[in-house]
Design a protein around this ligand. Structure first.
Ligand code: PPS
Length: 292
């Protein structure tokens, strides 16, 4: 299945038809979660792959073997992708499942489930920059156009995968209601990787000794992941991901938006952010306060 130019519109959100079909999205909405499942949820470019790597390493007590021999999409498949239905059944327990879907689409399937959900978020300014660069290399995403055009589409919430604002508000609004939901930010993973590993491992009730934590941290560092073909997307063929136009493991920095945003774009972004995030009580740790 190639469908590089296809778009699926589902529940008012557009998705790349290369990875999604109406059927695969319908199946995700009705997915029978098991209580032992670990579900990694994120808006694209928020640290999804990093969390997949962290959870794999934690589950293996820091032993990198699985993370170095099984591609991330096979060990932690995206629930809504068309190839996942067959794959999910073959996963050993606890299954690790990934999704970019907004909360309202998964609420019904998760209701009553004890599956452990890890929501990963990132400063949206870094998300939009990362997403922009990814659009340039991903032949299954629309043409990115200029950064200004892309920024406008992102702020309008009409990029593929929908509105970042709706995604974050939807999931974080559940933090009080869902006891099995953990919120981890890209920034805290970056500032304190060991601390994040301990936080995630205790949420997963998978305690680690110090050496195991250190091994997890070593194998989920940016440089280690950049060189690991099971996670750096280099296995994806050129016609799907044009590796001459960029790298999936691009910069891996907090605050890279500063290299892309003009002062005007930043002021506009702040205004939109302030307006749209009203009523969202979550305090975000976006690194150095000056980086906002
Ligand atoms: S995707 O396509 O939604 O699965 O992308 P996602 O994995 O969510 O985000 C990709 C960005 O995460 C960065 N990344 C990391 N940064 C620091 N340390 C580690 N270990 C790491 N792993 C992935 C990756 O470089 C992308 O960010 P940018 O800013 O583009 O570099």
């Amino acid at each position: 299945m190639s469908r590089l130019d296809a778009t699926e519109t589902f529940d008012g959100i557009t998705f790349p038809g290369h990875l999604h079909t109406q059927e695969s999205l319908q199946l995700a909405l009705r997915f029978p979660f098991q209580d032992t499942d670990i579900v990694i949820v994120s808006y694209p470019k928020s640290g999804t792959t990093w969390m997949q790597q962290m959870v794999t390493l934690i589950s293996n007590k820091g032993d990198p073997h699985v993370s170095q021999t099984v591609p991330n999409w096979a060990r932690a498949p995206w629930l809504e992708h068309h190839y996942s239905a067959a794959l999910v059944d073959t996963l050993s327990r606890p299954r690790v499942i990934t999704t970019h879907l907004p909360h309202h689409m998964l609420a019904r399937a998760l209701r009553g489930s004890k599956a452990r959900v890890i929501y990963v978020s990132r400063n949206p300014k870094d998300v939009v920059v990362s997403f922009y660069h990814f659009h340039k290399m991903a032949n299954f995403l629309p043409e990115a156009g200029s950064f200004q055009d892309f920024l406008n589409t992102f702020l309008e919430g009409t990029v593929h995968f929908g509105s970042w604002f709706d995604h974050i508000k939807g999931w974080t609004s559940q933090l009080g209601a869902m006891t099995n939901l953990l919120h981890v930010t890209y920034e805290e993973m970056s500032m304190d990787c060991q601390g994040s590993i301990v936080k995630v491992s205790s949420f997963l009730q998978c305690p680690l000794v110090e050496d195991e934590v250190n091994s997890c941290a070593r194998h989920c560092s940016f440089s280690s992941m950049r060189d690991n073909s099971m996670i750096n997307c280099t296995l994806i063929p050129h016609e799907i991901l044009d590796h001459s136009k960029g790298s999936f493991m691009r910069r891996g920095k907090v605050g890279d938006w500063r290299n892309m945003f003009t002062e005007e774009q930043n002021e506009h972004f702040e205004r939109v952010l302030m307006g749209k995030m009203q009523g969202c009580s979550v305090e975000f740790v976006w690194g150095d306060a000056a980086q906002r």
